[in-house]
Design a binder for this molecule. Structure first.
Ligand SMILES: *[C@@H]1O[C@H](CO)[C@@H](O)[C@H](O)[C@H]1NC(C)=O
Ligand SMILES: *[C@@H]1O[C@H](CO)[C@@H](O)[C@H](O)[C@H]1NC(C)=O
Ligand SMILES: *[C@@H]1O[C@H](CO)[C@@H](O)[C@H](O)[C@H]1NC(C)=O
Ligand SMILES: *[C@@H]1O[C@H](CO)[C@@H](O)[C@H](O)[C@H]1NC(C)=O
Ligand SMILES: *[C@@H]1O[C@H](CO)[C@@H](O)[C@H](O)[C@H]1NC(C)=O
Ligand SMILES: *[C@@H]1O[C@H](CO)[C@@H](O)[C@H](O)[C@H]1NC(C)=O
Ligand SMILES: *[C@@H]1O[C@H](CO)[C@@H](O)[C@H](O)[C@H]1NC(C)=O
Ligand SMILES: *[C@@H]1O[C@H](CO)[C@@H](O)[C@H](O)[C@H]1NC(C)=O
Ligand SMILES: *[C@@H]1O[C@H](CO)[C@@H](O)[C@H](O)[C@H]1NC(C)=O
Length: 472
């Protein structure tokens, strides 16, 4: 093969071209693989957060702008404690006032007398206001504690805005300098923002639709997420079971951490001790739970998990429940082991080849994510508003569940080789660690066609008893 190619290029020029093109191909290949790990999420290829600055009026020494963040990601939202946005001013700008948001630090405003700016830092950091902010300090889409839902789950709540009055800035579209180095400091590493680009001024349509106004000037910043850059330790894991095998495959041990042995107690909460103390109506003699849970108050977002072998705050259990003639049924249970977190607006992304034939889904919302058009194997699931969209902190109500009914696709359906189990599960955008495929519950060799019959019912009963027993 190589010899043949070589003989085609037997002049010096040809040899040069051959090597040059090889290097080009290698370069292209390497830049491709760089992109695939860097900013590209195959399940959400166009996902981004766009930050739009609309200068809505000029002021004597600067301008007033409305800054709006759109979370165009399908399933990755920003949960409590919310977003935090930083940038670097191009000149000596200051922030006179803000509405619907505030900077975390004022900085050195000693140059100013009388009217003191809200912030004089060269690199301000802005956060959202909390719910309950007085109306005269609010603007539309503000004051949600920095929580932004995803475009796929709830587009009406995928936007967050604040208003900013900038001084010591340009006062025409020729003299204004766009800020530099936009950074989404929270939700933290993983997001990379590009430079601000001046775009066509936004047009605003009045509420009654009868008048259109226009921004003086607009610029956009696009931020993208990369799981590779985030390099998070896992936050969730998957366990598996089925009606045809009574083995319950647990989450891999030490997925999210290991139980400290001996010396360092208190890094997880022993549920059995607490359970029995509560049963016996014991007052908070429970040193770990009482001190560790309440001590740091509501603003501590470091997980405090129940002691388990996997030590993950979240476990997804996938149980293959029933097999009918034309359908099969799966039960999904999400369990919260974190005492410090009520997950609002949680979501799950699940990849399984049978999602193109999902027939019914009970008590969750569903949306197909079709990244490749024809391959329709990935779904986003999330809770029903006011019913189970809040996944409560660890404890008796710290779980939500749903059942899925799939129509069998004759060409692919089988219970063999773990086909009934998902390929990939994300909880709130984080990849959940699956057990190794060779540990999946086997299909017993005898009777590979299990349809609903007396035997199945008995086996199902035993299996669900086993599940119940392990959950107690
Ligand atoms: C950001 O996402 C939106 C919506 O998916 C898309 O229209 C836009 O092209 C994206 N922007 C960039 C720069 O990728
Ligand atoms: C600035 O405004 C002038 C008109 O006032 C307009 O023609 C020009 O395109 C604007 N430039 C930018 C960068 O927006
Ligand atoms: C950009 O901002 C980040 C975070 O605030 C900071 O660490 C970095 O040094 C800044 N880079 C430049 C070139 O200003
Ligand atoms: C700037 O962002 C807004 C809001 O996402 C979008 O509507 C607009 O198309 C963007 N402009 C460009 C040129 O990307
Ligand atoms: C306890 O921790 C030490 C060091 O972290 C480790 O080497 C040892 O295997 C652990 N023992 C158990 C029983 O987990
Ligand atoms: C979760 O919500 C319940 C009920 O609203 C509340 O009592 C509890 O303190 C919350 N837990 C956390 C960690 O916010
Ligand atoms: C994907 O599957 C869902 C559920 O079966 C279906 O509603 C949707 O139309 C499918 N989309 C495509 C592009 O096949
Ligand atoms: C399952 O979906 C695929 C792709 O949409 C379709 O070709 C097939 O006929 C479906 N199977 C059944 C049993 O409906
Ligand atoms: C159930 O699956 C496990 C693998 O997880 C396997 O070791 C066991 O033999 C299977 N049981 C039966 C009855 O096939």
């Amino acid at each position: 093969m190589f010899k043949k190619m070589y003989s085609c290029y037997n002049t010096k020029m040809g040899l040069f071209r051959f090597f040059a093109s090889t290097i080009l191909v290698l370069f292209l290949l390497s830049s491709c693989s760089f992109h695939s790990t860097d900013a590209f999420d195959p399940l959400d290829p166009n996902g981004n957060i766009t930050i739009k600055w609309d200068v809505i009026s000029w002021a004597p020494d600067g301008y007033v702008a409305v800054v709006t963040m759109y979370n165009f990601q399908q399933y990755r939202h920003i949960q409590a404690p919310g977003w935090s946005l930083g940038w670097t001013w191009a000149k000596k700008e200051v922030i006179w006032t803000m509405m619907g948001g505030q900077t975390t630090e004022q900085g050195d405003c000693s140059k100013y007398k009388g009217n003191i700016p809200h912030c004089c830092k060269k690199d301000p950091t802005v956060v959202d206001m909390l719910p309950g902010t007085p109306y005269n300090q609010q603007i539309a889409n503000c004051c949600k504690g920095g929580v932004i839902n995803s475009w796929g789950q709830d587009p009406a709540n995928a936007v967050s805005s604040f208003q900013i009055s900038v001084g010591a800035a340009g006062t025409t579209n020729k003299t204004v300098r766009v800020p530099k180095n936009f950074t989404l400091k929270a939700p933290g590493p993983g997001y990379t923002c590009g430079p601000a680009k001046i775009v066509k001024p936004t047009k605003f349509v009045s509420a009654d639709g009868r008048r259109v106004t226009q921004a003086m000037m607009t610029w956009n910043v696009t931020c993208t997420y990369s799981q590779f850059l985030a390099q998070k330790t896992p936050t969730c894991c998957v366990s598996l079971s089925s009606f045809y095998n009574d083995t319950i495959v647990p989450c891999p041990t030490c997925t999210c951490g290991c139980q400290s042995n001996g010396t360092q107690r208190g890094s997880c909460v022993d549920v059995f001790i607490n359970y029995f103390l509560l049963k016996l109506h014991c007052s908070p003699e429970t040193p770990h739970l009482a001190s560790v849970v309440s001590d740091h108050g509501k603003n501590n977002y470091v997980p405090l998990v129940q002691c388990t072998k996997h030590m993950c705050p979240i476990r997804i259990h996938w149980h293959v429940k029933l097999n009918y003639k034309e359908y099969w049924r799966v039960k999904i249970t999400i369990t919260n082991f974190n005492y410090r977190m009520n997950y609002t607006q949680w979501n799950l992304v699940v990849q399984h080849p049978n999602f193109d034939n999902l027939t019914t889904l009970f008590s969750f919302n569903y949306k197909s994510l079709t990244p490749y058009g024809s391959i329709n194997d990935t779904a986003m699931l999330w809770g029903v508003k006011f019913y189970n969209d809040l996944l409560m902190q660890a404890g008796p109500s710290g779980n939500v569940q749903s059942e899925l009914l799939f129509r069998k696709d004759a060409s692919t359906f089988t219970f063999e080789k773990g086909w009934a189990f998902p390929h990939r599960i994300y909880f709130n955008g984080d990849n959940c660690v699956m057990p190794p495929p060779d540990a999946y519950p086997y299909l017993p060799n005898a009777g590979s066609r299990w349809e609903v019959s007396l035997i199945t019912l008995v086996v199902t009963l035993i299996a669900s008893m086993a599940v119940v027993l392990t959950y107690i």
